[in-house]
Ligand binder design. Sequence first.
Ligand SMILES: Cc1ncc(COP(=O)(O)O)c(C=O)c1O
Length: 400
Amino acid sequence: MTVIAQHMNAIRQSAASAASALAMELIRQGKDVIRLTAGEPDFDTPDHVRIAGIRAIIEGKTKYPPVPGIPELRNAVCRKLRDDNGLAYEPNQIIAGAGCKQVIFNALAVTLNPGDEVIIPAPYFGCYVDQTLINRGIPVCVDTTEANRFRLTAEQLDAAITPRTKWLILNNPSNPTGTVYTPDDLKALAEVLGRHPQVWLLTDDIYEHLVYEGAEFHSLLEYAPDLAERALVVNGVSKTYAMTGWRLGYGAGPVPLIKSMVKLQSQSTSGACSISQWAALAALEGDHGFVAQNLAMFQKRRDLAVKALNAAPGLSCVEPGGAFYVYVSCAGLLGKQTPDGTVLASDGDVVAFLLNHANVATMQGGSFGLSPFFRISFATKTELLEEACQRIAEACASVR
Ligand SMILES: Cc1ncc(COP(=O)(O)O)c(C=O)c1O
């Protein structure tokens, strides 16, 4: 008899942490592996934010914070949502948690009854599926297509909704594809949601500030303010402010939902780290000049990666409008033989081949729910990214 509950059999280890751990182990063994697996910026948290964290420690802001978050931060989140997104929230509609992931977990845990369905466009950020399963819900994954730039269409959403649908999770811009939904896309999805009053919307906007020339971030709620009554906006400081290790995310939603999430949080973590909350406040309220600088650098890296990967035999990719990932089709490599005689039968094989033969760590599309693809992160030093793309291209040229 095992001590582990049965439902854990269906839960996967976070693919990003597993891929990173494997690459780190190879590096420890002395291999010259370039990691394109990381879902985090390669630069440090801005100085003024770090100083705010240090100041919080020195000033003794180190006691239990209020479970939903310090009032100063919740006020700042309301201002941010108003100024950046045109959304009206009061502080009692805000919860801070240990990263977006915990906020999403809280939301699913307090809303899902066994068998409730959660619509998740694929490819997806893996935790949506596994957190749904942990909370006894049923993930309903809807495959998007590369031809439609990995966007969920209104028709697909309509067809996926059943009387058991509780949530649609929309991640915009998307991990792993960098897809940015247009205003027309969002209006069409909003129209469908308007016809299905039992369906709630969870919009994960964590990459909202990482959007490149030609694309613009908009929240679906801008076009359907009425849906705010059954929506949870999730966001955080991890990506924009290079604060992944501080573990600070937030949610904004109707009071009864937030109250329940706070109740759950009061019995689990007691809230987010007080020091991180003061640092997040400085991030939200402080100078944003570095965001544009980082964006310009990310855009250059995106351009070089897209160009190099599209030129590699057997690979193709669409240009991501946001985030820092490229979702690369490796359909052209399947069925081919590597120099050591292995036949590449899946994107998992391609990722293993790139790791073992090219010393480049990527993530297989299977872990994001749509094959045959792999994801690279271009939040990687430019020289390393160039070198990695060259190695990938050479490896692709070596298969027959
Ligand atoms: C779409 C998406 N949402 C949420 C997160 C996690 O955010 P946090 O660090 O705030 O938990 C990630 C991290 O990779 C992500 O890609």
